[in-house]
Design a protein around this ligand. Sequence first.
Ligand code: ADP
Ligand code: VHF
Length: 374
Amino acid sequence: MSERLQLRKARRLVIKIGSALLTDDGKGLDVAALGLWVDQIAELIAEGVEVVVVSSGSVAEGMSRLGWNARPQHLHELQAAAAVGQMGLVQTWEAQFKRHDIHTAQILLTHDDLSDRKRYLNGRSTLRTLLDYGVVPIVNENDTVVTDEIRFGDNDTLGALVANLIEADGLIILTDQLGLFNKDPRKHQDAELVTERRAEDRDLDAMAGGGAGALGRGGMLTKLRAARLAARSGAFTVIVGGRIEHAISRLRQGDVIGTLLLPEQGRMAARKQWIASHLQTRGKLTLDDGAVKVLRQGGRSLLPVGVKAIAGQFRRGEMVSCVDLNGREIARGLVNYDADEARAIAGRSSDRIADVLGYVSDEEMIHRDNLVVV
Ligand SMILES: Nc1ncnc2c1ncn2[C@@H]1O[C@H](COP(=O)(O)OP(=O)(O)O)[C@@H](O)[C@H]1O
Ligand SMILES: N[C@@H](CCC(=O)OP(=O)(O)O)C(=O)O
């Protein structure tokens, strides 16, 4: 199955592991299983793949540490359990990765963090920096301050948002079933595994509607939604049984296990479509004829040297319009500098950026991945 090749080629992956799996159905952290996933992730890293782990299980582990048998009803009790359990989670991830001399970092996020443009960019650069240094970020929701997420459980969505954030090639969701079945396998013995679909396939909605297990919160519906969200930045999603022996390594080899949910289009096409449909531009860059020519050739970044004038007050990461000397729009893209910085470096060659600003965020005014010629 050629689509499985995508797993062999992936350079950046988000791996999300659910509560039921991590805590061996609530019996406490399954250190042995966690160690086996870490061994497989370490293999990926040795091959040069960047991996972010999204780890659930803080509430379940907290309940086990506090000796609570039933999931508490009150939000503050859930939050307390999560705070206790998170300690166990990060200690265990850290200890297991240490066996491979790999550092880990704790990242606690809320959905709000990812919808605020500035925090989004900050989160993105921290995660990218950690990955550059070969560190494995261990992400969970910041349960101390969130309310809805802890009540409904939504680390599947968080996994997809992180995949969008770091522009991952794929999201692997490890769960307690072999994958997505055409109906809930806990209730129907004749349920059949779905091996591959387009994430947008509407037939999947009815299949995934069976609710969650006792410990997990989202069930398959949030996994399906997560796959659709990941597909928006062109990432594939695999939902796969975390108890399958060597599940991650086998996926990497292209074995047909689990359910592969594919985006409609590739990562770059999806990103460019997103940029193109982002209607609100915050500023305008006027380009000289040389820059216009280069951009029209396609596949090239916009350098500060080709920018003649700047209009508007925009921030780094916002959308700007690029126009020629007659004011005709040539391209749109996400700018790497705030307006004031952009004004200071416009018309200068990239090796002068450090002299002018005292630092260099990026060599390009707009990177080619973030630029759409109109
Ligand atoms: N069509 C389906 N295929 C597989 N599992 C399903 C389906 N519909 C509902 N489920 C349920 O979803 C559960 C997995 O979701 P959840 O408990 O939230 O896991 P996790 O903790 O891994 O996020 C399964 O144990 C299963 O009972
Ligand atoms: N932050 C919570 C997430 C709960 C959650 O989403 O669980 P799951 O459906 O098992 O991924 C925790 O760590 O318990």
